[in-house]
Design a protein around this ligand. Structure first.
Ligand code: G3H
Ligand code: ZN
Length: 311
């Protein structure tokens, strides 16, 4: 059964110094495309639904649908709720069969974050579901607020008090297109990762906001009608370095979504006399497959990691 709780995968990722890619999906075809690449690459993967994308799939049972399209898949993967904003939202995903949830109470006080996370962890662990939480605030990092980095001592205290399974940390990544100001040199706070690692070896950390938005991707996106003028993402080498320490899950939304829309735009522009949907959707899926393939092989180093027992 390849649909798994993440703890075992995190342990292997930590030990062997790689990260598992987590992609923001909106449709079942996207899920299938990702699973096909991962099957070929023998890489574990995380299919990540936001509350919005889950609503978009409504009223389907996502787990049942994914089990149906993954009967021939032998690599382990997880179905994960991204940025769960409430205890109810997390519980409802757990009840539906998600194998992992993120409770994001990072905008609240430390004590409130602990209280909310603890309640989700207690419920999740009864159902063999893993919980990711956040200390520091990745979302605040782009608003120019001072206090957004994760405090390593608070992170350690939080992990001990909540018993969460992984922790999203704020070390300089950010959501969306502009992760750094134009005149800023992109860098990440590796001292924070190292400090948590010293105090809590084997504990898996998560990086949000980790798209790289290469000039090539931006160029391809704009070639057939896109109008995104600027973007500044995370250097690939920084992500590989983070994966070699204690970052075991790396979230990719922007690169993945832009790849899909690039394929779609190109197909629409080149086939203006056609109207069969798959003529347009297949190139979009091919683009996301390339995106996932490249990251697994060259950035996250997660290709060829699956042990025999999953076959
Ligand atoms: O939770 C989702 C991710 O953090 C996506 O971030 O769009 O910057 O890749 P990104
Ligand atoms: Zn995020």
């Amino acid at each position: 059964m390849p649909l798994v709780n993440l703890n075992e995968l995190y342990l292997d990722a930590y030990k062997n110094k790689y990260a598992i890619g987590a992609y923001n999906v909106d449709t079942l075809h996207m899920c299938r495309a990702i699973l096909e690449v991962c099957e070929k690459n023998r890489s574990p993967v995380i299919l990540m639904f936001s509350e919005g994308s889950r609503e978009f799939m409504h009223p389907c049972n996502i787990k049942e649908l994914i089990l149906n399209i993954s009967k021939d898949i032998t690599i382990p993967f997880a179905i994960h709720l991204d940025h769960g904003r409430s205890i109810e939202s997390c519980k409802s995903c757990i009840d539906e069969g998600f194998t992992s949830v993120m409770i994001d109470a990072s905008k609240y006080s430390f004590e409130e974050n602990v209280r909310i996370t603890k309640e989700v962890v207690e419920y999740a662990h009864k159902h063999n579901v893993t919980v990711e939480a956040e200390v520091g605030c990745v979302e605040a990092s782009l608003k120019g607020e001072d206090d957004f980095y994760t405090d390593p001592d608070l992170a350690v205290k939080f992990i001990k008090e909540t018993n969460c399974d992984s922790l999203a940390v704020s070390i300089g990544t950010g959501h969306g297109l502009m992760k750094f100001k134009n005149d800023e040199t992109p860098s990440l706070r590796f001292d924070i990762l190292e400090k948590i690692n010293e105090k809590l070896p084997n504990f898996p950390l998560v990086l949000h906001g980790s798209s790289s938005i290469s000039p090539q991707l931006l160029n391809d996106f704009n070639k057939y009608g896109g109008t995104i003028k600027e973007a500044k993402g995370i250097d690939e080498a920084l992500l590989t370095k983070a994966a070699s320490i204690n970052v075991c899950k790396i979230n990719i939304g922007t690169d993945f979504r832009m790849s899909y829309i690039t394929g779609l735009r190109e197909a629409l522009a080149l086939n203006s006399n056609k109207f069969t949907p798959r003529t347009f959707l297949q190139p979009a899926l091919d683009r996301i497959k390339q995106c996932v393939d490249y990251k697994q092989k060259h950035i996250f180093m997660s290709a060829n990691r699956i042990k025999e027992e999953y076959k």
